[in-house]
Design a protein around this ligand. Sequence first.
Ligand code: HEM
Ligand SMILES: *[C@@H]1O[C@H](CO)[C@@H](O)[C@H](O)[C@H]1NC(C)=O
Ligand SMILES: *[C@@H]1O[C@H](CO)[C@@H](O)[C@H](O)[C@H]1NC(C)=O
Ligand SMILES: *[C@@H]1O[C@H](CO)[C@@H](O)[C@H](O)[C@H]1NC(C)=O
Length: 499
Amino acid sequence: MDLSFETIPAFVWVFITIYVIYWINNPRVNKNEPPMVPYKFPIIGHTLDYFFNAENFLAECRQKYGDPFNIYVLGQVNTIAGNEIAQEVYNTDVFNLPSAMQDIFPLHLVLKSHNPETIGQVIKTVREGITANLPLYTGRMQKQIMISINKEIGNCSNPKLIITTNENFAGIIARPLADILVGQEISKKEDVVKAFADFTKDFLSIVAIPPILSFIHPKVHIQFIALLLIFGWSPIGKHVTTLKKHLRPVLEKRLEDKKILDDKYEPPLDIIEYLMDSPEYETKVITDDYLNKICEFLFIIVVVSIHTTSSHITCALYEFAGRPELWDDIYEEQVRIDKECNGELSSQLINKMVKLDSFVRESLRNTIPVAASPHRCLETYTLKNGMTIPKGRVVQTYIMDIHYNTTTYGPEPRTFLPYHGLENNLSASKTDKNYFIFGSGRHACPGRFFAVNEIKVGLHKLILNYHIKTPSGKTEKKVQIGPFAFPPVSGLIFENRKK
Ligand code: HEM
Ligand SMILES: *[C@@H]1O[C@H](CO)[C@@H](O)[C@H](O)[C@H]1NC(C)=O
Ligand SMILES: *[C@@H]1O[C@H](CO)[C@@H](O)[C@H](O)[C@H]1NC(C)=O
Ligand SMILES: *[C@@H]1O[C@H](CO)[C@@H](O)[C@H](O)[C@H]1NC(C)=O
């Protein structure tokens, strides 16, 4: 290397920067805290172990240090909470999920109204507007799912390999959700369905930026992204424009109708109507500000609901396709229920799909990251075991420790137990000490009943209509990236069932 005069200052700068980062972030762990797992390299700490070998690394730490313990990742100390401690974390309001999510999933940068108050309204809207009305939405959901299945899988008189990574299943889930959110008229527009299906994927391009600057501080990384957005990068702008375009005339017409018809106005059943009726979102005119506010609100629901549900239905389908021993039993249940209702499902009949439900629960139990769902500690807190968690600390949920618990799931907790839920009277949407897929406690996912119903209706229709196999004939491996898990990518083979 040519150490010319100019490169020396560069070296000095690099040296100073590294020293400053080290000095700022050198982890200070108090006496009463969970044990700190030792590491070799300053600054880097456990970052590489965590992103490239999370499963073995955390398992070893858990064995050596118990529950909980501290690790040092991306310049920050993180507490890893396993089976025992996670229960406590989820049941105390001192630990807050949205606050910690902001650092890794900065939705507030593109949806300005994403703040604690709006999240509260979103939760209320999902509870009152969606969950409480599930029976009324079932028929519409089923119709929309069938439209998607016919479009995206279609007639497979010869076996057809469908590559699931092309977001096929985001489309299947986006259509019924669009129907519920923006009503039966707008949800017919293919560009709206596409905007809903693609929104999260395009937003994730923000999350995919390597968080190098987080070594200095997570906020620096977020500021960097904010800067890119200020300078015109807009991965989701087109989706907002699409939705606004279709939303305006419909909202205007509804206001008009309400004025003219007065008592005779028959409110459509959907979330935009729910919003226009709520004190926070009622209006007399549709201004651009108002449209933005409604659009942002709807996209917040889209982000929490579509990608989650579609990747779980995809994984469940892979589990089914890779386990021929389950095919007859589960198919038989679907045929029986289909006959009972002549193809027109009701909420009650969805509840009767008990084998399918149990299978879905088991698929959800096995489709998990190693650790996820960070919660920020808002006030210094002393755990029941006497250990202290300082204010500001991020606590990660060690979800594999919770879901692969030998007391509950037997000595081989990773075996697929399709009827565990059925045998223990636990439905797929029921949270439980060793089932955290929807979180736990008061903040548990308010959309879980809808999500499970959608997954069940989707699987029910697919299993009735097609033989579904994996290319290998066996279960396919999920894709592991860092501590996260994604659906397999082999594709699935669909073939019409002869009726
Ligand atoms: C299989 C699909 C889904 C999974 C695995 C899932 C999982 C979760 C989890 C783990 C949480 C955090 C819970 C906690 O803090 O304890 C959550 C929160 C939430 N979920 Fe879901 N969810 C799914 C589908 C849905 C759907 C379909 C909706 C809406 C229709 C929804 C709406 C929400 C909302 C509004 C929150 C609160 C968000 C927040 O506090 O920031 N979810 N979900
Ligand atoms: C499916 O395709 C086959 C041949 O391509 C055709 O014979 C059959 O009628 C089609 N079925 C439906 C339901 O469209
Ligand atoms: C499994 O979970 C239960 C309930 O949280 C807990 O009491 C038990 O100790 C756990 N078993 C193991 C082996 O960690
Ligand atoms: C099964 O669980 C449901 C709801 O969690 C409960 O209402 C019902 O009584 C339980 N049935 C049995 C047989 O334990």
